[in-house]
Design a protein. Structure first.
Length: 254
């Protein structure tokens, strides 16, 4: 696998091109809401896949429980196992997709939106024994930027929180340990780029790398699987909730 030498500015210039071509013209639903409308988008982490391929609560489900301490919550979950950033873009833009209308309807009313996406774009190549290239990272970051622009176009008032990714293979005995140094560099470039893009768009970036690394034995019990334990999902939900509380005086837009 080869390392990437392009600077962060390359990703940002790519994002700015996308942003400049996409007008933010659609207004959010202005009617008052008595409950917190929460929408989650993402991949298998949002869907709640466990380290051993069963289905359980993901971090959005734990976050919903935390949000209930602030009032009634209307959650809408759109996490899909195996989803790439391109899949989310298609759901948001292609009316023929089953998720398209429900997703746009939920986003129009959303007060809070969380999203994790892009890991599978990169990890699928690594797990297939292929090189992760600079183009792969560029394309993924561009797609995440486009997703955020679309969300903000649908509902400019929604508070959006995007997750940073963690090292999915921290165990020394993982089958993927030889690839980890290059993978970490790729994830660092992804996280740094998305964090800057989020700041530019008034979106909150929620880092998770240090959180998971500090307790990876419990949070990632399967050395060869990227998915979190229940404790890991709860920890991610706590991180989102803390970001939400520190970012908003009121969780419901007036």
């Amino acid at each position: 696998m080869k390392l990437f030498k392009k600077p962060l500015a390359f990703f940002l210039s790519f994002f700015l091109l996308i942003f400049s071509l996409t007008p933010l013209t659609v207004s959010a639903n202005s009617s008052k809401q008595s409950a917190i409308n929460y929408v989650s988008l993402g991949d298998s982490l949002a869907a709640g896949i466990t380290p051993y391929k069963s289905i359980g609560p993901g971090y959005p489900h734990y976050l919903t429980e935390l949000l209930k301490s602030q009032g009634n919550v209307n959650p809408s979950y759109f996490g899909v196992p195996g989803y790439t950033s391109s899949d989310v873009i298609q759901d948001l833009t292609d009316p023929s997709r089953p998720n398209h209308n429900p997703m746009k309807k939920a986003l129009r009313k959303a007060h809070i939106v969380t999203i994790d996406i892009g890991a599978i774009d990169v990890l699928a190549k690594m797990q297939a024994g292929q090189q992760i290239t600079h183009a792969d990272i560029k394309n993924t970051v561009n797609n995440v930027a486009k997703i955020l622009v679309i969300i903000k176009t649908i509902n400019p008032k929604a508070k959006v929180y995007v997750m940073g990714y963690y090292n999915p293979f921290p165990h020394p005995n993982s089958l993927y340990a030889p690839y980890v140094p290059t993978l970490l560099y790729a994830l660092q470039q992804y996280n740094q780029s998305v964090e800057v893009i989020a700041s530019f768009m008034n979106v909150t970036f929620v880092p998770t790398a240090h959180l998971v690394q500090a307790n990876y034995v419990n949070y990632l019990p399967n050395p060869n699987d990227i998915h979190l334990s229940a404790e890991g999902y709860q920890a991610i939900a706590d991180a989102f909730f803390n970001a939400i509380k520190s970012n908003q005086t009121s969780l419901v837009n007036k």
